[in-house]
Design a binder for this molecule. Structure first.
Ligand SMILES: [Zn+2]
Length: 66
């Protein structure tokens, strides 16, 4: 993930998959991969990929706002 993108990702930042528009919300985590609620995107395990389309983490873009 490019550093410029990482800098924009905070603890509560949601990110959207550019491929299928799945949104990762840190408040919800990812039940499919057993990611507990409250896990920031940057704290996801390296093997984590989009649960819908299997895109890698660098295909995700931060959403503005909460
Ligand atoms: Zn996706």
């Amino acid at each position: 993930m490019p550093a410029a993108t990482t800098l924009r990702i905070g603890e509560h930042t949601r990110l959207e998959c550019r491929i299928c528009w799945y949104v990762y919300d840190p408040a919800e985590g990812d039940e499919f991969e057993q990611i507990p609620p409250g896990t920031a995107f940057t704290d996801l395990p390296d093997h984590w990929r989009c649960p819908q389309c299997d895109a890698e983490q660098d295909k995700f873009l931060p959403l503005d706002g909460t």
